[in-house]
Design a protein around this ligand. Sequence first.
Ligand code: F6P
Length: 308
Amino acid sequence: MNACIRAVVRAALARDLDIIGIRRGYTGLIAGDTVPLDRTAIRNVIHLGGTILETSRSPDFYTRDGRLRAAASIERMGLDGLILIGGEGTFQGASLLAADADTAALVGVPGSIDNDIYGTDYCIGFDTAANCAVDAIDRIRDTARSHERLFFIEVMGRESGYLALEGGIAGGAEELVIPEEEVSVTQMSERIRGGFSIGKRSAIVVVAEGETPGISFHLADEVKKHLDLDSRVVVLGHLQRGGPPTLRDRVLGSLLGVTAVEALLDGRSGCMVGEVRGELAYTPLEETWQKKKPLDEDLRRVFTILSD
Ligand code: F6P
């Protein structure tokens, strides 16, 4: 996200626009909690994880009263345009704000390690989180192979299996558990047994945490009832949400940050900038959270073939 903030600031300054940063998301917007964003503020941040502006979940913004206070704050600050980096919740909030008040132009930029936002192939943060997952799988594979063990590696992804799917393909995992699909412990156990019967000595199951972080411990117990195999569970959790962003995330953040400023200058509002099949795409904010981004079926097929 910092690469994106940096790009927004530099693109804005290049066009002689005044720009400020809102601290802590919608909480800061309601409170008028701002920081000056000049060239100094965004110096040496492109390699930092997290966000220099900080973020929060804002219960107030869920209420009409909260959103009207945000609109009043926008008016007080004299803002003509707002660039919002976030996911489903951020864009739903922005749509409600636009419905409640005649306010500044709103342009969204997709940021989510879950990569679950409709209107873009990739979201800022996904690539870094996915690389973290692959790195973990690679490391755990050393123990799995050496100790002939079954491992359950749990990655994030509340409603989306993208992290698990791409991490699983890149890490050469045997099994995938994702929120988009029903899991059959019996079938999974049989497939793992089949792998061992043809000479495998270890296996890795990549699990998306879904609604229940820690679900892998339960899965491991259930599989144990079918297979006489020593297994271990590793939950990556918030490890995936930090650390230096990858090249792809820095480039995507930079591209979408500049594009967001250009979108505002072109008079766009109520849309999210994204990238679809290598082209810039502008999607109405409502669609970004009302439509479900489908899992990539080609990648799902590839996983099935390669994990056999
Ligand atoms: O929505 C992004 C996400 O990282 C999910 O993958 C994960 O399930 C959730 O956020 C974790 O949220 P929190 O940081 O509030 O525990």
